[in-house]
Every structure is written in structure tokens, then in C-alpha cells.
Design a protein around this ligand. Structure first.
Ligand SMILES: Nc1ncnc2c1ncn2[C@@H]1O[C@H](COP(=O)(O)OP(=O)(O)OP(=O)(O)O)[C@@H](O)[C@H]1O
Length: 859
């Protein structure tokens, strides 16, 4: 029985997403839905890429680095008149300015990638698709960026056609893609996704982008990796050029961290033989290690559970009603979840089709193609009512109480319950294009993980995974919709967090959509600060998620173990920075998290964090926007007086070696550094302001009443409808709680708390003493009016630039040494648990779950 099929609300349109373009005499871009596929937006975009002109120079690594910053790219040259970008801009320089983390960039690409069986082509089209969604705003008039509406190029997201799982398994790719398909197949399978994506991008563009050719496929990994290393601090490189003849805007994003680069660069300038690993994370790690062994440690995440062994990854899905094929998707093609095929509701597809609209630009400088579809919210119930115990069905109480309540002391109340009850959900905005990643697919940052291999092997061996293949070691906690166990895959030493959800309970409580939302979001994720979903399966009774296990407990517990029950500012900064990156990534995927709180931040074995629990998240569409001011602005002055930007990756000069030493550079600068800073400021004053990529689902709206009382944003409480800004509110509450040990608006009862949130002004306790910058950031985030809230316009990029994060190298934070963990959070716990498990078989038997004999607490 496929328990999800009947309740699926989130679907991807497979129809109506194709357009015919025409250019009228005024140079306007017209887009009309078409029934056939003879001429699609892809063709159009392909031609856009013809305009890309990347010039690389090669003078060794330094030269390469410099050229990476200054490589001239004609963006909207004279040819660009129709688009409104009229100033040359360096390709790489542009994207350094974007300051999107590598993983976040990958997320954006994945979000836009095609989920169909022709996954390789979907990867290949990633870059193109990303830039379909790019809006370039040329602020030639010197107006604030947001106001420069006059010169807007919007190439909005046009979700790819989605093919069902059945079609995924079809041997033949769609005709329109066949030319590229053959080429894609030659892409090394063990390449990281983004590398593949870029390489795959190549053939599809080879007719229009001279330097991106088939030959790139022959580029050795070390070459690619070297480039990756060089550019690891920055995120992406964009170019945009206008082809005058056709009045078409073209754009591409390169992700230098782990993507192909112009052939010229690769072949001529990069030193082969780099020992960098092929994974993007690995690249950064290696770089960090070599840069500063003393300050940055390599990341061997979950070393107890990860052995770099497998080359491939997979994400599999099973259900009793949809027997898996026995394979674990050994290749890098997105796996075909048994359930996913049911998520494509044809009715909604049709609706979405209707929502697709073409918005021809009003003048020759504008082009807008918008695709609107529904946001799916898993909303189901009433406002203001938190989950009561009455709402919770206790299936069998067997183990300990809810993990959130495990810390009882001063903060017994801090076991904050998420309110998963909704008044109504509004659907607005656009297609979130989740399907691309919801097919699982490759997960570059975890692709070498031994657990993939173990899961794959088990699936092959057993046909389908089921509860009987897992040995439960201990209960990790209970949530609203399920119970999470530490589980070992039988016959392996691989540990997982196994979330078991009772189907009847989910159905009875109308929580199935939440379970489905969580699963679908988990399937999309591929980020170091977010959980990896290794597999999921559904039996007659249960739906199960096989996730990455986080042994360090959660931040709520960890905070209580701190002296004064607060984190130091340094530690808090580390945690919120990682959370910010995770939120940024989620937003790029079109996911508004909505349930940020310390209890949902798990701590990995290595001390880095993992944001968990997505069942309350809102999925929506995002329109990435590339804002570019084409006239020199007075920004540099501000920069000069605000030195914090320099070591942040948002600064185009952040590749300076000295800033790669640590993710947290010392705040006291030497005279030399100060001089260097001055030079850079001067230099910055001479170059054009950098464009900025904004991927914030600002148009998302929901009326659901979800979250946790103390963390609820005012607009949620007021029922005014909310969007992504709620995450920035909760982010402010979160930082406040980490620093002060309590939330700012907590009242004696929930009602009072809600009232305080809406009407009480923010006050900071006198103790502990917290820096001005921290308080200033909190103040900016806890603005009650969402439109005025920090982050509401430009998302995480805005927040990252706050002086509180001065000195933080965002790109390398995953390599930074995390705050010290109490010993109890060590992996020793796990080994202990394992050891004691062997001794106490009886306990294991109690926890042993089979489909027929499951015992767990479900509220
Ligand atoms: N991957 C994981 N690794 C380790 N522990 C986990 C993991 N996932 C969940 N847990 C633990 O299990 C508990 C239950 O998690 P779950 O996500 O089901 O519910 P929740 O966080 O209480 O939220 P909700 O009620 O909204 O679902 C968590 O509080 C956490 O302590």
C-alpha cells in the first residue's frame, strides 16, 4: 500500500511548462505555452549561452586567482541594450559577489534540475535552468537596487518537464534531449554531482559556448579539483550577456568549487596531480588542511559511521505496494522512489499548467517569464491550538519520554512543542520544482559514504528494505509524527537514525501530508548541515525514513550543559552561522523551514550541526534574482568603514590566502593587514559594485499556524499570512536564546507568550553581557513587521553581511573547529551503546522492531 499516494498534495507539473518564444519587432521576448516540443525555452536558453564570453588568462595559480577575480566578461555590452546591463563585469568577480555557499549553489541547481529519468540530462541542464530563474537588475540610475525596476531582466524559472518514475526507467530519453543524452552518458559516474552537472552542461552548450566542449570530459579530476580548490572560497561565477541580434538574455552560472571550467583554464593553467578528492567538501577540507593545519581540521564527519569507500550513492525508496526493483540505484541517476510517482497529481499538474503564464516584458529591456503554481502547505487544522496530548495517540509506550523533555531543570518549559496545526494554507507563488531533487539522486557531499554502499547492498540482497533489516539500539526521541531510533543496518556496522511513523496514526490524525512533506524535503537535501536521507520505505503499517544519525544530541541539551546555560558568543556565532547556511540552502530549494529552535538543531559527531525536522516546513517557489548595480556606487566608503566584509566570502577578495587560514580570522589586525585592507578598499572603490544573487522565497505565503510558541513570528500569530521572513524571525529568537539562555518573549503561559511576541518590545537582559553587534543583529531580525526585518529582502545574504559575522569565512565554516563538545556528546556514547547492546540482548529485543511486532511510542 502506498500510503502517500492518496494524500499527496505536492506535485510537480509535467505539463504546461513548455513555451514558445518569439521576439517581436520591439525586441520583446514573448513566451507562449506550446503543445509541442519543437521549440522550447531550452532552445532559447541555449542560444542565450552563445553570448557568453569568458576570457581566461593563465599565469600560474596566482594569476589564475587574480583572473578569477578580474576576468573580464562582457555582461550586457553594447549588445546588451535590450537587456539593460551595459557595463562589463568580471564573470568570476560577479559570482564572488554573490556569496552563495557551494552547497547552496548546488542546492539551487538541484532544485532546478530535471527529475526525469534522463537525470544526466537533468544535471546537464542544471546551469541553464538556474539562470532561467535569474533576474538581473541593472541599477544604472544609481537608485537603490530594489528600486531599479527599470532595467530588469527576468528570466524566470521554468520547471523542467517531469517524467514519471516509469519514464525514468525508460531506456530512451525524450527525443528533444537525445543529442545530449549520448554525451552525458560518458560523464564519469563517480564525479560529484555538480561537477557532473557542469560537465554535462557542456555538451548541451557546446554549440554556443566554445570553451565548454566535449573535451572537458577528458579533463582529469585533479585538474578540475585544482580549480575547485582555487575557487573554493567563492561560490559561483556568473556571466550574462546579451545577444543583440536576437535580443536574448543569456546567463550561466559556473560553480567553480566543483565544476568544470573553461577548457583554456583547465588545460593550460591548472596543475595536474592535485590530490584533492572529488567531492566538493573534500576539496575544501584539503585546502583547509594545507592552509592551516593548526587552525582548521579536516572534516571526517561521523567517522564512526562513515568510511570513505563507496563511489556511488543512491537514494532508494520502497513501499510494500510498490516493491522496489531490488536495486539500490547504483548509478548516480536520481533514484526512482516508489512513492514519487504518486506525487504527480494530474489534476494539480493541469492547474499548474494553467498557472503558467508568460509575461512579456513591457519594453525591450525587460523580459519576464513567470511560472506560477501552488505552494503546498501541509496545513490541516486550527489556529492557535498547539498539539495537546489528546491529539497524540500512544501506540505502545515502551521506552523513555519524549526526547525534548529529557532535560528537565530550569528549562523544563523549554521542551517546546511545535505547533503543527494549521488554520488554512494559502497557496500562492510558484512551482517549487522539488521533483528534481526529490528523486533522490546523487548527493555529492555524502557520495562516498559507506552507508550508501551498505544500504545499496542490503537492498540488493533483500530485495526491499524493511524494519526487519534494522537492529534498534536505542530510542532517540519522539516527535509529532513518529519515533526516531538509533538503528544498525543488520550485518553492517552502519548506524542510522530510523524514523518510524505509523500509517494509521498519520492518516487518522491527518498528519500524512506532514510526513510526506518531511520525506520529500529530506530527499532533496544535500548539504553538510542538513540530514541525508539514505532510504525510505513503507510497509503496511509503517512509513520509515532511514536518515543520517547525529550522535551529539541537540543544541537545547547542549546549551544546558554550558556554564550559565548559555553559549559563549563565539560558540553561538558558530552555531547560528551554520544554521544560517542551512536556512539559506533551504530557501534556495524553496523551503521555508518554520520550526527553528535549539531542539531541532542536532550536533554531529564532529561538532558541526544538522538542522532536522522538516514536517512543518512550507514549500514554495523561489525566483533567484541577480542584482547588479552597473554604476559605481558609494558602497566602497561603507566598506572602508566596515572592515568586517573583508574576510567574508561575500567580499570578492576573500580568496586572499591569509583569509583562508581560518574561518574565524582574528579580529585584531596587524598593520600589514590593515594596509592590505585599505588597498582593497581603494581597489573596490574603483571596480563596479558586485552583483548579488538573491534566492529568497519572498513571495511565499501561508496562513498556517505552525511553529513553536516562543519562536512564532508575529505575522503567524496575527494570521496575516507569512513567508520566508518567519525564518529570519526565528533565527533572531534562536540567537537570543543561545546567548541569553531564554527566549525574549516568553510569558508565563502560551497565550501570554503569543501576546508578548506581538506587542512587547524587545529587551535585552543585562546578563550575560553580549556584544553590540550580536544585539544589533538580533534587533534587526526581531522586527515585528516582516517587511522591515533583516533578511526579508535579500535573505541570508543580507544577514551574512552583518558585523556580527565579521571575520567569518562562510565558505570554509564547515572546516572550522566547532565549539568544544562535552564528552558525553562524543562518539563514545555510540560505541558504548553498541557495546551495551551486545551485552543486553534483552533490551535489544525489546526494541527490535519488525513489521508485525513493533513497539514504539507515538504520542
Ligand atoms: N538524525 C537524527 N539523529 C539523531 N537523533 C535524531 C535524529 N532525528 C531525530 N532525532 C531525535 O529524535 C527526536 C524526534 O525527532 P522528530 O524529528 O521525529 O521529532 P521532533 O524533532 O520532536 O519534531 P516534530 O514533533 O515536529 O516532528 C528529536 O528530538 C531528536 O532528538
Amino acid at each position: 500500500m502506498d500510503t502517500f499516494s492518496s494524500t499527496c498534495e505536492i506535485v510537480e507539473s509535467t505539463e504546461g511548462l513548455d513555451f514558445n518564444f518569439s521576439v517581436d519587432e520591439k525586441g520583446k521576448k514573448n513566451c507562449v505555452p506550446k503543445s509541442g516540443n519543437k521549440y522550447s525555452i531550452e532552445d532559447d536558453i541555449n542560444s542565450l549561452f552563445e553570448a557568453i564570453d569568458v576570457r581566461t588568462s593563465a599565469r600560474g595559480l596566482d594569476a589564475l586567482r587574480k583572473s578569477a577575480l578580474k576576468r573580464p566578461i562582457r555582461v550586457g555590452s553594447s549588445q546588451a541594450s535590450g537587456i539593460g546591463i551595459s557595463e562589463p563585469v568580471s564573470l568570476k568577480q560577479a559570482l564572488r559577489g554573490l556569496c552563495i555557499s557551494q552547497a547552496a549553489e548546488m542546492a539551487a541547481m538541484k532544485r532546478l534540475s530535471k527529475p526525469s529519468g534522463s537525470s544526466r540530462s537533468s544535471e546537464a541542464g542544471t546551469i541553464k535552468r538556474l539562470y532561467r530563474a535569474v533576474v538581473v537588475e541593472a541599477n544604472e540610475s544609481g537608485l537603490p537596487l530594489n528600486e531599479g525596476k527599470g532595467n530588469v531582466v527576468e528570466i524566470s524559472l521554468v520547471p523542467e518537464k517531469i517524467t514519471s518514475n516509469i519514464s525514468e526507467k525508460m531506456p530512451e530519453a525524450p527525443k528533444s534531449e537525445s543529442p545530449n543524452q549520448a554525451t552525458y552518458s560518458s560523464t564519469p559516474l563517480d564525479m560529484p554531482m555538480t561537477s557532473k552537472a557542469m560537465m554535462n552542461k557542456v555538451p548541451s552548450l557546446d554549440q554556443v559556448v566554445p570553451f565548454v566542449t566535449e573535451t572537458e570530459k577528458e579533463i582529469s579530476k585533479p585538474e578540475l579539483q585544482k580549480q575547485t580548490s582555487i575557487d573554493s572560497s567563492c561560490v559561483a561565477v556568473a556571466s550574462k550577456e546579451v545577444q543583440q541580434g536576437e535580443n536574448i538574455a543569456s546567463a550561466s552560472i559556473e560553480v567553480p568549487v566543483n565544476t568544470a571550467v573553461p577548457e583554456k583554464v583547465l588545460k593550460g593553467k591548472l596543475n595536474p596531480g592535485s590530490s584533492l578528492s572529488s567531492s566538493s567538501a573534500g576539496n575544501i577540507v584539503n585546502k583547509c588542511v594545507s592552509s592551516s593545519p593548526g587552525l582548521i581540521k579536516p572534516v571526517f564527519r561521523n567517522k564512526s559511521f562513515i568510511k570513505k569507500k563507496g563511489k556511488q550513492d543512491s537514494t532508494s525508496a520502497f513501499s510494500s505496494s510498490n516493491p522496489c526493483d531490488g536495486s539500490a540505484n547504483n548509478d548516480l541517476r536520481p533514484s526512482t522512489s516508489c512513492m514519487d510517482s504518486h506525487t504527480h497529481n494530474s489534476a494539480v499538474d493541469n492547474e499548474r499548467k494553467e498557472n503558467v503564464k508568460a509575461s512579456p516584458a513591457s519594453n525591450s529591456t525587460n523580459m519576464s517569464i513567470e511560472v506560477n503554481s501552488n505552494v503546498t502547505d501541509t496545513s490541516t487544522s486550527k489556529p492557535g491550538s498547539s498539539l495537546s496530548s489528546g491529539n497524540r495517540a500512544k501506540v505502545v509506550t515502551k521506552v523513555d519520554e519524549k526526547s525534548r523533555s529529557r532535560e528537565k531543570g530550569e528549562f523544563s518549559q523549554s521542551s517546546k512543542s511545535s505547533i503543527g496545526e494549521y488554520s488554512s494554507s494559502t497557496s500562492i507563488s510558484e512551482d517549487s520544482t522539488l521533483s528534481g531533487s526529490s528523486r533522490g539522486g546523487s548527493r555529492p557531499h555524502m557520495s562516498k559514504d559507506l552507508r550508501w554502499e551498505a544500504i545499496r547492498h542490503a537492498q540488493k540482497h533483500h530485495g526491499c528494505l524493511g524494519l526487519r533489516h534494522f537492529k534498534l539500539i536505542k530510542k532517540l526521541g519522539c516527535g509529532d509524527i513518529g519515533t526516531v531510533y538509533l538503528a544498525e543496518l543488520t550485518g553492517t556496522s552502519c548506524l542510522f537514525a530510523l524514523k518510524v511513523m505509523d500509517n494509521d496514526f498519520l492518516m487518522g490524525r491527518k498528519k500524512m501530508p506532514r510526513a510526506q512533506t518531511e520525506r520529500e524535503i529530506l530527499q532533496m537535501l544535500d548539504h553538510p548541515f542538513l540530514p541525508t536521507l539514505f532510504s525510505h520505505f513503507t510497509t503496511e503499517k509503517f512509513s520509515c525514513l532511514v536518515m543520517e544519525y547525529c550522535p551529539g544530541g541537540d543544541l537545547h541539551v547542549l546549551r544546558q550543559k554550558q556554564p550559565s546555560r548559555c553559549f559563549s558568543e563565539q560558540a553561538a556565532r558558530f552555531y547560528v552561522a551554520e544554521v544560517l547556511l542551512a536556512l539559506e540552502y533551504l530557501h534556495m530549494l524553496g523551503v521555508v523551514y518554520r520550526d527553528l529552535k535549539p531542539e531541532n538543531i542536532l550536533v554531529r559527531e564532529d561538532g558541526h550541526i544538522m538542522l532536522s525536522d522538516f514536517d512543518l516546513s512550507l514549500r514554495c517557489a523561489v525566483n533567484p534574482m541577480l542584482l547588479k548595480s552597473s554604476s559605481p556606487v558609494v558602497e566602497p566608503t561603507k566598506k572602508a568603514s566596515s572592515p568586517c566584509t573583508e574576510s567574508s566570502c561575500i567580499d570578492p577578495f576573500c580568496l586572499h590566502p591569509s583569509w583562508q587560514v581560518s574561518c574565524f580570522t582574528p579580529r585584531l589586525l596587524s598593520v600589514a593587514a590593515a594596509k592590505s585592507r585599505k588597498i582593497k578598499s581603494d581597489l573596490a572603490a574603483q571596480v563596479s559594485p558586485l552583483p548579488q544573487l538573491i534566492v529568497e522565497p519572498t513571495s511565499a505565503r501561508s496562513n498556517s499556524f505552525v511553529g513553536t510558541h516562543e519562536y512564532l513570528a508575529p505575522e503567524i500569530i496575527k494570521g496575516e499570512g507569512h513567508g520566508s521572513a518567519v525564518d529570519w524571525w526565528t533565527f533572531g529568537i534562536f540567537l537570543f536564546e543561545l546567548l541569553y539562555g531564554r527566549t525574549p518573549f516568553k510569558g508565563s503561559a502560551n497565550d501570554e507568550t503569543l501576546s508578548n511576541v506581538v506587542s512587547q518590545s524587545l529587551r535585552f537582559p543585562g546578563y550575560p553581557v553580549v556584544s553590540f553587534h550580536a544585539r544589533d543583529l538580533i534587533r534587526g531580525l526581531l522586527v515585528k513587521e516582516p517587511d522591515n526585518r533583516l533578511g526579508s529582502v535579500k535573505g541570508a545574504a543580507e544577514i551574512k553581511q552583518h558585523p556580527f559575522f565579521e571575520g567569518l569565512n562562510w565558505a570554509l565554516i564547515r572546516c572550522a573547529i566547532p565549539p568544544e563538545l562535552p564528552k558525553s556528546c562524543d562518539a563514545a556514547i555510540v560505541s558504548q551503546a553498541m557495546a551495551s547492546q551486545k551485552k543486553e540482548n534483552i533490551k535489544c529485543e525489546e526494541l527490535q522492531v519488525t513489521e508485525e511486532n513493533v513497539e514504539f511510542e507515538m504520542f
